[in-house]
Design a protein around this ligand. Structure first.
Ligand SMILES: [Zn+2]
Length: 461
């Protein structure tokens, strides 16, 4: 890996102030120290005749699920949906060993970096051995996720998940959930262990993740939130219609409405999915400054429904994007799917562009950059992006890519997100290290080899 100190010069870059030409970025110890534009490259500069963009946060991932892609494509006997998908996932989880978690997560992280994600919010819920007993080190599987981040260089926001019940009303967990469940005392030990392991990384963040209102009762939710009162807090909410109906039957309220009334939802909260929300819930989320974690590819794959992005963003709602089940990992495709879902819903074009004349790609990119940074606990004191004080998390697009020929300004983002099949992502720097060159992660060969061994072993079991 290259030095964490560097002088990078780019022909074009997207800065917080907008598009700029001839940009020099000085990197010190992995952080951006200075940004200049309209400067001639000097002999000391590492020159890149490329388009530099700030790295995006992937706010929601379950890394190990990468190896399940393509295994859930057969129609079940009845109405195939999220719940039948979940049974396949539980079966898959029943075979995963610690080495598998590391090998599969590492490939997922490589693919994220290659697509322009430089940090991942890993919603980490498999904690125990196959028989449900804790490992000798209760943070064993968290350590495997940390190791995968270390191998690949991705920024990690680790979100250990608290999971206690099968559904609303504290239903006892099913056998398929035994690797996830623990009591509050055990969870506190698990969180301590995860923090200990994450210290190996240069700028890891550890948050807390009460799994969902299905899996956590009100007392447990308050206790988990209080364990780390300033850390990111992520929770699955209102992904499925049945979940909303069950929540209404349990409490008389919809999940997000319940959270807004009974929990201190604020800017550290990320409501993952929030697919099924009404106008009052939209107002509540926006007023509290929380982020919604949208995972459009997974939400499409699972048939969750379509998030009401138009009224939400019109009120100034913040969102990040996530790859969730990792069925396919690509930042541009997530943004494209988000907009295309809205076009199909509203039978209209450029639905999420911020105003008349604004670019859809630019609107989506700016929103995902800012909302993503907030959700993964990387809120900058200054503007988010290629700016002094920010981590040197930058990626470039190749201006000679066939999809980007003749493009300038916001048309670059519209072309990348909506008009390219092969990825134009060229290089990626993470915390000052160049980890992707010519679109390929520097450790891809080794990571792929370990992934293949793990998947072949899982397939033969
Ligand atoms: Zn999820």
């Amino acid at each position: 890996m290259t030095s964490r100190d560097a002088r990078l010069w780019f022909e074009v870059a997207l800065l917080p102030s907008g598009w700029a030409r001839s940009v020099r970025v000085r990197v010190r110890d992995g952080w951006i120290a200075e940004v200049e534009h309209d400067v001639t490259a000097s002999d000391d500069d590492e020159r890149h005749h490329a388009i530099a963009l700030p790295g995006l946060a992937n706010v929601h991932s379950h890394g190990f699920q990468r190896a399940m892609a393509g295994l859930t494509g057969q129609r079940g006997p009845e109405n195939d949906n999220f719940w039948t998908w979940r049974e396949v996932m539980y079966h898959f989880v029943g075979r995963l060993g610690p080495d598998d978690v590391q090998a599969i997560s590492a490939l997922a992280f490589v693919e994220m970096l290659e697509s322009g994600f430089t940090r991942v919010g890993e919603f980490h819920y498999v904690h125990h051995a196959v028989d449900g007993r804790p490992y000798d080190d209760v943070g064993e599987l968290a350590a495997q996720v940390v190791a995968a981040a270390e191998q690949t260089g991705i920024g990690l926001t680790l979100l250990p998940v608290f999971y206690a019940h099968a559904s609303f009303g504290e239903l006892p967990p099913s056998p398929g959930q035994r690797r996830f469940v623990c009591g509050l005392d055990d969870f506190e030990r698990l969180l301590d262990a995860a923090e200990q392991h994450a210290r190996r990384l240069p700028d890891a963040v550890v948050g807390v993740a009460p799994h969902s209102l299905r899996a956590v009762n009100p007392r447990e939710l308050a206790a988990v939130a209080a364990l780390r009162p300033h850390a990111p807090l992520h929770i699955h909410a209102a992904e499925q219609v049945r979940e909303v109906e069950d929540c209404v039957a349990w409490s008389g309220q919809r999940p997000v409405a319940w959270l807004l009334d009974h929990a201190d939802v604020d800017a550290r909260w990320c409501l993952v999915h929030a697919t099924h929300i009404d106008d009052a819930e939209i107002r509540g989320i926006v007023d509290r400054g929380a982020v919604v974690g949208l995972c459009p590819v997974t939400e499409s794959d699972l048939g969750d429904g379509i998030f009401p992005a138009l009224p939400y963003t019109a009120r100034g709602g913040r969102f990040g994007i996530g790859t969730d089940s990792n069925v396919m990992i690509d930042a541009a495709v997530e943004l494209r799917t988000l907009e295309y879902g809205q076009r199909l819903l509203h039978r209209s074009r450029n639905v999420l562009a911020s105003r008349t004349g604004a670019s859809t790609g630019r609107t989506l990119f700016d929103a995902a950059l800012a909302g993503g940074a907030q959700a993964v606990g990387r809120r900058a004191s200054g503007p988010t992006g290629i700016s002094p004080g920010e981590p040197a998390d930058v990626f470039t697009l190749d201006p000679t890519h066939v999809g980007l020929i003749g493009r300038s300004g916001d048309a670059i983002l519209d072309s990348w997100i909506f008009g390219t099949r092969s990825s134009p992502v060229d290089r990626v720097w993470r915390h000052g290290h160049c980890v992707v060159r010519r679109g390929r992660h520097v450790a891809r060969d080794a990571v792929e080899s370990r992934f293949k061994v793990a998947v072949q072993r899982l397939a033969s079991n």
